[in-house]
Each structure stands twice: as structure tokens, then as C-alpha cells.
Design a protein around this ligand. Structure first.
Ligand code: GLC
Length: 405
């Protein structure tokens, strides 16, 4: 257990950051109202889909009205067919280099044509109530089923690495190669996908690559379950579980050109409350708790430290960062922590929570942390790192991934 004073430090850092990043307003072009938590004022000013799901989840503790408004803002941006973009440009379109790297089809677009992990229904369940009461959420799920389920088995596919929210993760190096995020070739990938309207089937037919990513589907399965739809856990296990190694791997078309890097997403199914227990225990005991791979002071690093791709150097060129290649992100810690709690690894859940709390106490809410020194890295005043509070002051529903009433 954390000392009361440590919990207080984490709580006040989270509350302060959420308040500091909150914006409300009315879109100039059409008068639609918005209200959301900027991921990091200055650096990330717009509304990012999955950031909002995470920050709304924590807002429920301080101001449930804001939690609801933040998720309603995603719905206010929704297209009539159910689509909601990865980033919504409430305060005006991207400028400068972002015009070339953001997934917009035309300059005047109000949001990207790409998606982010679709966890809205799960966040609604955590922060607000029953997502079935909000028809836009069901419509959103129908859009995803119609447009992103390549094989008709429920799993969704992404057309670019950044659709997973895990932009430069080295799990994608063997899939997108020289067109991976954070490389010069990425600009060419964006240009090609703009031309194909970010349409999964057209992109797959044009030779891809397209990818069925583990964590994205874990969050999608939680969202489906939250909405009373069938869980995807059986198909995630059937198609992505590597029984020999006790790990989950993404699928890709064309098939990866080389073995994929071992990242924390191989363990993300720990967040699934209906994951077969034996599989969960293997993920924990053989991998998560292994100090040669994931069990560092601030766990889990985004890449296994034993993997050749593991790196704490996040700057490639001045001003150009590569994310998710080593440092620890709080949303990842939270998702694997849910599995530790559910499976009764109380001591380890506590230790993981203490590592995150110590990093927040030492460095404030940063985008990600050095897993050895606890030093803060990346953007400052980073909204979703407020999930640290879920670990510091556990909710009784954590053991069911918040799906039990
Ligand atoms: C980075 C992250 C992405 C996040 C965005 C805004 O691009 O990789 O997941 O949504 O920043 O915080």
C-alpha cells in the first residue's frame, strides 16, 4: 500500500493537471460545443480520441459532469455513419509539418480520417454508466464492424501504426518497414492512404500493409463487452496467442518480413476479464514479472528490455520524437495492472502501483517515464498519466476491468 501522503501527492498532481488541461468552447465553423482535456497544452492542443477516453475515466473521481462532457464531445464530432476520427480539430486545422503527417484528406477537415483504439463504450461504462443508453456509441460500433473487420470474425484491423495509438512501437518495424511512423517513408504512406480514403479494404487490396494489433483489439473487446456485445477474447486467443512462447502477437498482411519486437502489447490481454486464467498466469509469471524483460522500477517498459529494439533515446532529430520504443507509459501500466489485480497478484499489483506513483511524485504527470530512473520524458502536464490514480486508489471494480456493476 502507498503511504497516505504519497497517495495525496498523486491525487493532487492528477487533479491539477486535468484542471489545467481542460478546455471548453464552440467550433467557429458551425457552432458545435466542445469540452475536453488537452493531452498536453501547447504540444497536443486538440481532442485525441483515446486520450479523452482515459482522461474522462479519471475525471469521474473529481467531476463526473466533465467526464460525461468529454465523451459527449467525441460523439458531437461523430459523422452520421458512426465514424469518429483519431484527432478532432475543434480549434482549427493542423498547420506546418503536421499538414503532411496528419491523416487528413483535405486541409479543411474537422478531424482525421484515421481511427484510434475504439474504447469509447468502455470509458463510458467506467465513467458515466450504461453505453447502450447513448445511440451514437452503438452506431460507432456498427461503423467499425462494417469498415474495419477484415475477416468477419470481429477483430479490427488498422491501416497505419498510429491508428493503434502506439505510433513508433518497434512491433511495427517488421510490418511497415521503411514506411513506419517516425521515418521519412511515413509521409509517403500517408500520401498513399489519403488517396485511398483510409479505406481498409482498398488499402489491403493495394498491397497493404494492414495489421490486426493486439492492444487495439483488447480495448475493442472491452468496449464491446461494455455495450453488451460478444467479447472477442476467444478469437483474440485463437488468432493471436502463441502457445509455445506464452505471448500474443499482431497479425499482418502481407506477413511480417522479420520476427516482431517484443513489446508490452504482448501482455495487454491481461486487461481482459475473461482471459483464460492459465494464459494470464503465464503472461504474468513468465514475462511481466521477469526483471530481464518487463519488471523494472517503473513497469512495464513499452518494449522488453531484452529486445534489441529497446531504447530510451526518444529524439531522432531535434523536435522529432519516436514514441513507444522503451520508456513506460501509464496507460500500459494500468492495463496490465488490471490483470494483476484480477488474478490475485496483490503484492505485485502494489509494487507496480508504487513504481508509477514514485515516478509521478518525482516528475509530475509526463507523457512517459524512464523505467530505471523514474525521470519524466516527453510532453509535460500529460493528461492520461492521471490514470496513475487508478493504481494509487483502486476502485472496487478494477478486478472485473470495471465491467461489473
Ligand atoms: C502521441 C501518442 C498517441 C497520443 C498522442 C496525444 O502521438 O503516441 O497515442 O494519442 O500522442 O497524446
Amino acid at each position: 500500500m502507498l503511504e497516505q501522503s504519497e497517495t495525496d501527492t498523486v491525487r493532487s498532481a492528477c487533479e491539477q493537471t486535468l484542471h489545467a488541461n481542460w478546455v471548453e468552447g464552440v467550433r467557429d465553423s458551425d457552432g458545435v460545443s466542445f469540452a475536453y482535456t488537452q493531452p498536453s497544452p501547447g504540444h497536443y492542443p486538440w481532442q485525441w480520441y483515446w486520450d479523452s477516453c482515459f482522461t474522462a475515466s479519471v475525471w469521474r473521481r473529481f467531476d463526473p459532469v466533465r467526464a460525461r462532457s468529454e465523451l459527449c464531445s467525441l460523439l458531437a464530432a461523430q459523422r452520421a455513419d458512426g465514424f469518429i476520427g483519431h484527432t478532432i480539430f475543434w480549434t482549427g486545422p493542423p498547420k506546418g509539418a503536421r499538414r503532411f503527417s496528419y491523416n487528413i484528406v483535405s486541409r479543411a477537415d474537422g478531424m482525421t480520417a484515421s481511427i484510434q483504439p475504439p474504447l469509447l463504450a468502455w470509458a463510458w461504462r467506467i465513467a458515466v454508466g450504461d453505453p447502450a443508453e447513448e445511440p451514437g456509441i452503438g452506431r460507432h460500433h456498427r461503423w467499425l464492424e462494417a469498415h474495419r473487420d477484415l475477416d468477419g470474425d470481429g477483430l479490427i484491423w488498422i491501416v497505419q501504426p498510429d491508428e493503434s495509438g502506439l505510433d513508433d512501437s518497434p512491433q511495427f518495424d517488421g510490418i511497415w518497414g521503411r514506411r513506419a511512423h517516425g521515418t521519412l517513408g511515413f509521409f509517403g504512406l500517408v500520401r498513399r492512404n489519403r488517396r485511398l480514403g483510409y479505406d481498409l479494404r482498398q488499402i489491403a487490396d493495394a498491397g497493404g500493409p494492414v495489421c490486426c494489433e493486439v492492444m487495439t483489439n483488447v480495448l475493442w473487446s472491452l468496449a464491446r463487452t461494455a455495450l453488451g456485445e460478444a467479447s472477442l477474447t476467444p478469437v483474440i486467443v485463437e488468432r493471436m496467442y502463441d502457445e509455445a512462447r506464452g505471448l500474443f502477437w499482431p497479425l499482418a498482411r502481407p506477413a511480417p518480413s522479420r520476427p516482431l519486437a517484443l513489446t508490452w502489447t504482448a501482455l495487454a490481454p491481461l486487461a481482459l476479464p475473461d482471459l483464460p486464467e492459465a494464459i494470464g498466469r503465464r503472461l504474468v509469471e513468465e514475462h511481466l514479472l521477469d526483471p530481464r524483460r518487463f519488471w523494472l522500477s517503473v513497469a512495464p517498459p513499452s518494449v522488453s528490455r531484452a529486445d534489441p529494439a529497446f531504447s530510451l533515446r526518444d529524439t531522432v532529430l531535434p523536435g522529432l520524437r519516436r514514441y513507444w520504443r522503451g520508456p513506460t507509459w501509464v496507460n500500459a501500466a494500468w492495463l496490465v495492472w488490471l490483470g494483476l489485480v484480477r488474478l490475485g497478484y496483490d503484492e505485485q499489483a502494489d509494487e507496480l502501483g508504487r513504481g508509477i506513483a514514485a515516478a509521478v511524485a518525482a516528475s509530475g504527470l509526463r507523457e512517459y517515464y524512464d523505467p530505471y530512473t523514474r525521470g519524466g520524458m516527453g510532453a509535460k502536464s500529460f493528461g492520461w498519466s492521471a490514470l496513475a490514480l487508478e493504481l494509487a486508489e483502486p476502485d472496487g471494480r478494477a478486478g472485473s476491468s470495471y465491467l461489473d456493476p
